[in-house]
Design a protein around this ligand. Structure first.
Ligand SMILES: *Cc1c(COP(=O)(O)O)cnc(C)c1O
Length: 390
């Protein structure tokens, strides 16, 4: 796998073909899966490109290169989960460093930050990042790392990556953007001034709901080197087969995103006019409060949305019993449509107070819109909404 594609290709081409036909042994078109944990030395004190699988693996490295190119970074580390990717960054901070995160961040992110803070390893602060005064006030405490998540989970709030990054970096912080919801097909945080991009590749990058993995992409080569070293030190490395599957999924990222996003827009428009629905959170709708910012910062609106049912938990129960075509499950970004109830599922660990603070009400449902025919999705949703109305 010596000859690799140069970086000047369009992102669609990188996703579809990076590493294709680069096998020097047999000319395999699909990049081979290297499962070997160890590699033969050419001779005494003569290691080859690879020596041991924790340090490096050709399948993992190929995926890391493809993801890094899509994000416009200097390189990437592929980790065993999205949480491990965040923890890789946190693990390199000096003890007692302050991490500033959004008040409505992904529930697992909140849990990890809380756990590390409780052990005294970091300090963590939460802030509404659309409130610039509050954000600036937190920057005066000199965070080492500022985490941005946009669009946010599950409320699809959009914050200004370029502005927040500039201010955070002025204050001496490094900036990481969780780009899981949009993927590099729709948003490229490094080009907006972030230092790192974080992914749960479990979601859109793999896209087939059959791998848990993550990635950190860094803008600077020096940071990539340091992160790779740290992944080797701590063993936070994804398994080769998972990487191979993820690269296979990545091939269709742009096509999946385009089709799922098209379905999502149509569904959002339906939900908005439905009497069973109190509110729809989808930045593609022109009356979404962050629509203009989303138009500027993103190259599309993605396939995630959430909506509030009239009638709270009883309506939610009736909805999930009757809905068709949307499987009640956590996770997102796969080819199949899913529905989740954040208050009892993805964001249960946050506790009712933090949820209320973040604006996550008990009647909120989150949709990950898939590749099914739009008519089937609309009909299945309609069945749920009718039941919700009681
Ligand atoms: C799922 C998710 C994560 C965590 O990733 P895992 O692969 O489940 O560890 C982090 N951030 C966001 C936005 C997510 O949706």
């Amino acid at each position: 796998m010596s000859e690799r594609r140069p970086a000047e290709f369009h992102p669609e081409t990188i996703a579809a073909a990076y590493g294709v036909a680069s096998d020097t042994a047999f000319g395999a078109v699909a990049p081979p899966l290297y499962l070997s944990s160890t590699y033969e030395f050419a001779g005494f004190e003569e290691p080859r490109t690879y020596d041991y699988g924790r340090v490096g693996n050709p399948t993992r490295d190929l995926l890391a290169e493809a993801i890094a190119k899509l994000e416009g970074g200097a390189g990437a580390v592929v980790t065993p989960s999205g949480m491990a990717a965040l923890d890789l960054l946190i693990g390199r901070l000096a003890v007692g460093s302050l991490v500033l995160a959004p008040h409505d961040c992904y529930g697992g992110t909140m849990r990890l930050l809380n756990a590390r803070a409780q052990l005294g390893q970091i300090r963590r602060a939460l802030v509404d990042q659309s409130d610039m005064e509050a954000f600036e006030a937190q920057l005066r405490d000199h965070p080492a790392l500022v985490l941005i998540e946009t669009p946010s989970n599950p409320l699809l709030r959009v914050v200004d990556i370029a502005m927040l990054s500039a201010r955070a970096r002025n204050a001496g912080a490094r900036v990481v953007v969780d780009n899981t919801f949009l993927s590099p097909a729709r948003q490229q945080p490094l080009s907006l001034g972030a230092d790192y991009v974080l992914h749960s590749t479990t979601k859109f990058l793999n896209g087939h709901s059959d791998v848990i993995a993550g990635a950190v992409i860094a803008a600077e080569a020096q940071e990539v080197k340091a992160l790779k070293q740290w992944a080797n030190v701590t063993g936070a490395i994804a398994a080769p087969f998972d990487c191979w599957l993820t690269l296979r999924g990545l091939r269709t990222l742009f096509a999946r995103m385009a089709a799922q996003e098209r379905n999502a827009m149509l569904i959002a428009e339906r939900l908005r006019i439905h009497p069973a629905v109190a509110r729809v959170h989808y930045p593609g709708l022109v009356d979404h409060p962050d629509h203009v910012l989303a138009c500027r910062q993103q190259s599309g609106f993605g396939a995630m949305m959430s909506f509030e049912l009239v009638g709270d938990v009883p309506a939610v129960k009736r909805f999930v019993r009757a809905v068709r075509g949307f499987t009640l499950a956590e996770s997102l970004g796969g080819v199949e449509s899913l529905v989740a109830h954040p208050a009892t599922m993805t964001h249960a660990d946050m506790g009712p107070e933090a949820r209320a603070n973040a604006g996550i009400c008990d009647g909120l449902l989150r949709l990950s819109v898939g590749l099914e025919h739009i008519d089937d999705l609309v009909a299945g949703l309609e069945a749920g909404l009718q039941a919700a109305e009681g």
